[in-house]
Design a protein around this ligand. Structure first.
Ligand code: SF4
Ligand code: SF4
Length: 474
């Protein structure tokens, strides 16, 4: 990219395009296939010198892949390593340093060039403050173990502002692509970083591959203008002066070559702005809820439901798929829409629908969106809702997840009879107004109950229940 000249390192400038290795698949022995190794080699030989890994990428093997494919082969000073603190694994201040030391060992290096706190959002920002994460990371930076300190970010401008105020960051990694730019908050987040002089690194430049699968007429319009969907998406960044690195997730040499050619090629003329907006409009036109985000309904709602945002998340998930950091639509929905703005707050007063120029039956559509989010988060089929309404339901797992499941089920008109838990200390206690029973009690009365597993130990509990012949709903 012509506009790259990142001056935040004291070594040769970062290449402008980085290779993210998150999407490579490891073999059973933890090594990536030869084709993927060739992509890393090709990237290095083509002048790419920024390689992005993460603690949990490729089942926790991405750092050892960086070691075998780069650290063990090339002079350390000829490439930059980016790695990330899995903030969700931090339960006390000491964890930060312990995790960092594991990463240094896996990478086989004495320092990390770009260290990011992974996937910061409002919830993780609270953890950063609670566990004094920046105290630890600043010390590691002062001692030379970290060269540049930043964070990758997944939330709105308001949260970003709080995070930027919290520390003097060297850079910020944002999810930007032309669709998010026009339809979501990518533009405001980018502009905020730019006003603060924080260099921006870009992840998901083609929406995790989602901007490849465009509606047919959008593809045709791009063909008429001489673009491939990927080339069109990547060309967008050449106009953003504060974008210093664009991460490519190429899995094949040919893809990598095309990406390099696009990012190093001529800047697209600014008059193509209309073309970006047109493609976004074509995606939105094919969306299942024909909301144009005019916002007329918002003024009417006594519950302050962010109606267009709920519809937009649903439409995006159908049209473009779920962003890669979420496992399903439920996770996407519950993480991306603030609790007070969600569809489930609707009381069906109908005031909004009278103002909608698209004649959308808003209350009904909102309850559909919530139902889809709820069942995908619960991991059950739509037809299982009927069974749950008729049977006595037990949630296995009485912790945070159990409480969350109880609330979600209640909003769907399903009440639970008991929580069940493997922890003996919880037996006979009451959680959120519901008694916690033992697995023995459940087994003795198994014909009466259907069980929903509300625990992160899903596989182990599922196996335990299957052995006892207990009905598990899915
Ligand atoms: S129907 Fe629901 S979304 Fe519409 S105004 Fe009433 S409460 Fe708000
Ligand atoms: S009034 Fe209708 S089209 Fe406008 S934002 Fe609300 S739901 Fe969407």
């Amino acid at each position: 990219m012509g506009n790259i000249g990142i001056e935040i390192t004291d070594r040769p400038i970062v290449s402008g395009m980085g290779l993210g290795i998150m999407r490579f698949k490891a073999d059973t022995d933890g090594r990536i296939p030869q084709a993927a190794r060739s992509v890393i080699k090709k990237a290095y030989e083509s002048g790419i010198n920024y390689f992005d890994s993460g603690f949990e990428y490729i089942k926790g093997t991405s750092e050892s892949i960086i070691k075998s494919e780069l650290v063990d082969r090339y002079p350390r000073e000829t490439f930059f390593i980016a790695d990330k603190l899995p903030i969700w694994k931090v339960t006390k201040k000491e964890d930060v340093k312990n995790l960092f030391e594991i990463q240094l060992e896996r990478l086989g290096v004495g320092y990390i060039d770009f260290y990011l706190i992974h996937a910061v959002n409002n919830r993780y920002f609270e953890m950063i403050k609670q566990y004094e994460v920046m105290d630890v990371l600043s010390e590691l930076k002062d001692k030379g173990y970290i060269k540049k300190l930043g964070f990758s970010f997944h939330d709105n401008e308001e949260v970003l502002e709080k995070v930027l105020d919290h520390y003097s960051w060297d850079f910020c990694q944002l999810q930007i692509n032309y669709y998010d730019w026009y339809a979501q908050h990518a533009k405001s987040n980018y502009e905020l970083c730019t006003r603060r002089n924080i260099p921006v690194f870009v992840m998901e430049p083609i929406g995790g591959g989602r901007l490849i699968n465009l509606p047919e007429e959008a593809k045709q319009l791009l063909r008429n203008n001489g673009f491939s969907p990927a080339g069109f998406a990547l060309s967008f960044f050449k106009r953003l002066e504060n974008v210093r690195v664009v991460l490519s997730g190429s899995l094949k040499e040919a893809e990598l070559e095309e990406n390099i050619k696009t990012l190093c090629g001529k800047k697209i003329k600014d008059d193509k702005d209309d073309l970006y907006a047109e493609i976004v409009r074509m995606i939105q036109d094919k969306s299942p809820v024909p909301c144009s985000a005019c916002g007329y309904c918002l003024k009417e709602c006594p519950r302050k439901v962010d109606i267009p945002l709920c519809f937009q998340k649903y439409n995006d998930s159908v049209m473009l798929g779920i962003p890669s950091q979420y496992r399903n639509f439920g996770e996407f929905y519950f993480n991306c829409i603030p609790v007070e703005s969600r569809a489930e707050n609707c009381i069906k007063c109908g005031k909004c629908a009278k103002r909608c120029p698209q004649s959308i039956s808003i209350p009904n559509q909102l309850s559909e969106v919530y139902k889809k989010a709820a069942i995908s988060l619960l991991g059950i089929k739509e037809e299982s809702l009927g069974i749950l309404k008729e049977k006595k339901v037990v949630c296995f797992g009485s912790g945070n997840m159990g409480r969350e499941y109880k609330n979600i089920l209640e909003r769907l008109g399903i009440s639970i009879t008991y929580f069940c838990d493997n922890s003996k200390a919880k037996w006979g206690t009451v959680e959120s107004g519901i008694e916690v029973i033992s697995p023995d009690f459940l087994e003795r009365n198994k014909d009466e109950y259907y069980v929903l597993i509300s625990s992160t130990h899903y596989d182990a509990i599922n196996e335990q229940l299957e052995k006892s012949g207990i009905n598990v709903i899915n």
